[in-house]
Write a protein that binds this ligand. Structure first.
Ligand code: SF4
Length: 457
């Protein structure tokens, strides 16, 4: 079938010499999709432009998660209208989660957009551009990825890093967290087969990649939808198999769901050398009433018990989290529960958000929305608490030896390398090394959001 992933089509590059610019909003899933979009465009002969002004094609890979995402999208499209008036040959394509949600509305409101595509048909971008050039503007949104065979695992990918890569293990999500648009825009959860994933990791390792991050909305439910000889593969087994691939020295994954996290994954982490001692474990709220309203499926007590279980099995585990402040109905007492849970959890770092209603989610229509000034005041208190804890945790690393991977020269000083520890902390180290090098460093100083170190001689 034309355009289906997994079906090889022989296609000659048709846009040789033209330039593209991809602007990405949102999460790693979108960044990884943008790598695929860039890979597809380059396979069609295009080259990356360094600025939107130089481009013949601008692709916006959108996100609906951020506050006022739609207003920002249409604002940005407004500026592209002027760009297109000045350069009529410019093509504009919009993909990602906002496109999936807005569908025909995008071309109704921004008639100068040539192509709108969704989260399930990223692989169609070049065909859609062909269509727009021959027949005129097109919106094509698929409602779902219907089976594992449609997961586009073999697309060309243009990665930003030579040593580090994302690998999708699931798409979509079967949970119904009431603040989240993902199940609506990314559909039901579909797992890739372990063999396909391992082959992709082997290919990456053969090409020089040393670190992979396994991506899924809920990695702990990986494999439940697959039946391999009467058995569903487990995420823990997948971790061990990826860890056995020659050349892969670091494995991370995101995100686990606290309700589904089990001991077998902690043991796989502890027993697989390549898996970093680091986890992103999203709490969202420390109040059981709020967690219920969010449909998260755990209590704060259960969350803390799982955290202790992980820490007892995985030595020196670094833990980051997400917290939403001001969810509808959150009372002072609920917020105090969040502060108390944060203190007990002792997170190494946290991504903290002020609740903002996302159209299309149940939480957007809930009564008892918390006034903005109350949300801001609670948010500031939470950030202050976490900043203190992060600094305290960083200070505890001084004098220790950390294994770090070099990301590249520091933005402030090219003679200093920015590196990342296994615990996912930024460590600045004097000297110049190639990106992807792995070094042992002694931590000499802690700052609130990074460390400094010296190479171990
Ligand atoms: S687990 Fe909840 S927050 Fe995460 S993607 Fe699924 S619905 Fe959204």
């Amino acid at each position: 079938m034309l355009g289906m992933p997994g079906v090889k089509e022989v296609r000659q590059p048709s846009r040789t010499g033209q330039r593209y610019f991809v602007r990405t909003f949102g999460c790693q899933m979108n960044e990884h999709d943008s790598e695929r979009i860039a890979g597809l465009l380059e396979a069609d002969g295009m080259e990356a432009a360094s600025t939107p002004e130089e481009a013949d094609l601008i692709v916006l890979n959108t996100c609906t998660i951020r506050e006022n995402a739609d207003a920002r999208l249409y604002g940005y499209l407004g500026s592209l209208k002027r760009a297109k008036q000045a350069k009529p040959t410019l093509r504009i394509a919009v993909g990602g989660c906002s496109a999936q949600k807005e569908r025909d509305l995008i071309q109704e409101r921004a008639g100068w957009v040539d192509v709108v595509f969704g989260t399930h048909n990223v692989h169609r971008v070049v065909d859609l551009l062909d269509h727009a050039e021959e027949w005129g503007a097109i919106t094509e949104i698929w409602d779902e990825t219907r089976s594992v065979d449609e997961v586009p695992s073999g697309l060309p990918v243009l990665r930003e890093s030579d040593h580090s890569a994302w690998v999708t293990i699931t798409i979509g999500c079967n949970n119904g967290c009431t603040f989240c648009i993902v199940p609506i825009v990314r559909g039901r959860e579909i797992s890739r087969r372990p063999g396909d994933i391992i082959r992709e990791v082997e290919r990456l390792a053969a090409g020089g990649v040393r670190e992979v991050t396994l991506l899924g909305q809920n990695v702990n439910s990986y494999g439940r939808d697959l039946d391999l000889n009467g058995r569903s593969p487990l995420f823990a087994d997948l971790l061990r198999k990826v860890g056995a691939v020659d050349g892969i020295e670091r494995i991370r994954y995101t995100s686990p769901h606290p309700k589904d996290f089990r001991e077998d994954v902690a043991y796989a982490m502890a027993e697989t050398d390549a898996v970093c001692e680091q986890i992103h474990f999203p709490l969202q709220s420390g109040s059981n009433a709020v967690l219920r309203a969010m449909h998260r499926g755990y209590t704060s007590e259960r969350f803390l018990a799982k955290l202790e279980m992980m820490r007892s099995i995985v030595p020196d585990l670094a833990v980051s989290t997400d917290v939403i402040v001001g969810f509808p109905g959150e009372r002072d007492i609920d917020f105090e529960d969040t502060l108390r849970t944060m203190k007990e959890a002792r997170f190494d770092s946290a991504f903290m958000f002020q609740f903002s209603p996302r159209p299309g989610t149940p939480a957007a229509d809930m009564p008892d929305q918390v006034p903005a000034e109350v949300v801001t005041e609670r948010f500031d208190r939470l950030v202050e608490l976490q900043n203190e804890m992060t600094f305290h945790k960083n200070a505890g690393r001084v004098g220790r030896i950390e294994e770090v991977m070099v990301e590249g020269p520091s933005k402030r000083d090219p003679l200093v390398a920015t590196t990342r520890s296994r615990g996912n902390r930024i460590v600045h180290v004097p000297g110049t090394w190639s990106p992807g090098s792995i070094l042992d460093v002694t931590v000499t100083r802690a700052a609130p959001h990074y460390l400094e170190g010296e190479p171990v001689s």
